[in-house]
Design a protein around this ligand. Structure first.
Ligand code: SF4
Ligand code: SF4
Length: 332
């Protein structure tokens, strides 16, 4: 099982207004994690022994560059850091160096840069190239990520043929939420399987995603986290250890992360047929996360699904034990 990542939604503020994003200007308060809290979360997560990396995302973490330097300085040596950014600050390579160097000196080892036609309405792809080239010079692993409402734009094209062994690319389809909530896009428009037939959403991972209000979620799904009532605790009253244990023990998370809705609908068809009519239709949805919201926010449905989820969790556990044995056997 992969190590959980500590994800800090450092701020929901952002100078950009991407049309698929729920940040910012949505009235969510508080707008950012306090610097002291971020330091506390990293120290506490490091003490768990299983969290190996912290990721700063948002919103736009670089809005608080000086604080990020202070946070990394206070947590130096505890775990490497990753930052997700639009690179709005990288007008020149000189400026990119000025921003990245103090962070790299304090533990930043990965930079995730977002660019696609929507981001490029605000930030030219050349800024991302500046940040990536300087990041690579400074020894970072860099990622260029695109999100779009169609599957046609190729993320590699935005770097004008620039390639590097420490540069990777990833491409995602936009999920209707935030400013894009009213979009009528569905899985058919994206030419992908229906959400109820999709596999696990986060294979092997159960991350600790902390929002500025202290609520902690197992995944980073923006406002869909709140809409789906996916919080497993709040840092104001629960320790990260307790919250992580709740996440790891939860049958729904276990099944959805590892096997997806394919397993939930499949088990309903095969073993719990009385539950099948209760499960939502997915005809007008574009993403598993939208389906997740429909199921998880419905307390009565979740209660009815309990035997199915417990049964599914046991199957996943058996499967993981068998995989463990197989791996052990292969090592001999
Ligand atoms: S997608 Fe990222 S860059 Fe765009 S508005 Fe949202 S937080 Fe800002
Ligand atoms: S499907 Fe649910 S649990 Fe999985 S990433 Fe989306 S919101 Fe999170």
């Amino acid at each position: 099982m992969k190590s959980p990542l500590l994800v800090l939604i450092y701020t929901v503020d952002c100078p950009l207004r991407c049309d698929f994003c729920w940040c910012s200007g949505n009235g969510y308060k508080p707008v950012k994690i306090r610097k002291e809290d971020a330091i506390r979360y990293i120290k506490e997560a490091a003490g768990l022994g299983v969290v190996k990396r912290v990721s700063f995302t948002g919103g736009e973490p670089f809005l608080h560059h000086a604080e990020l330097v202070e946070v990394l300085d206070a947590c130096k040596g505890l775990m490497p850091a990753r930052i997700v950014t639009s690179c709005y600050w990288a007008e020149t390579k000189g400026r990119a160096r000025e921003m990245l160097k103090p962070l790299v000196e304090r533990g930043l080892d990965e930079l995730s840069c977002s660019t696609d036609p929507t981001h490029q309405a605000f930030v030219p792809a050349a800024f991302v190239k500046n940040a990536v080239e300087v990041g690579l010079e400074l020894g970072l692993v860099c990622e260029v990520v695109s999100v779009s409402w169609n599957a046609t734009s190729e993320v590699e094209d935005f770097m004008n043929g620039f390639r590097h062994p420490r540069l990777r690319f990833s491409q995602h389809l936009a999920v209707p939420m935030g400013r894009g909530r009213q979009r009528k896009v569905t899985w058919r428009d994206y030419n992908i399987p229906r959400p109820s037939q999709m596999g696990g959403c986060n294979l092997g991972g159960r991350d600790i995603n902390i929002y500025p209000d202290g609520e902690v979620y197992p995944c980073c799904a923006g406002e869909l986290n709140f809409m789906g009532k996916l919080s497993f605790g709040n840092t104001k009253k629960d320790s990260l250890k307790t919250i992580l244990e709740r996440i790891q023990a939860d049958a729904y998370v276990q099944l959805v992360f590892n096997r997806g809705f394919d397993a939930i609908y499949g088990l309903a068809r095969w073993k719990f047929p009385r539950l099948l009519p209760l499960l939502p239709k997915d005809d007008n949805l574009a993403s598993v996360c939208q389906l997740c919201v429909r199921i998880h926010r419905d307390g009565d449905l979740m209660k009815a699904l309990t035997p199915l989820l417990d049964y599914g969790k046991k199957l996943v556990e058996v499967e993981q034990r068998l995989e463990g044995h197989k791996k052990g056997g292969n090592n001999n």
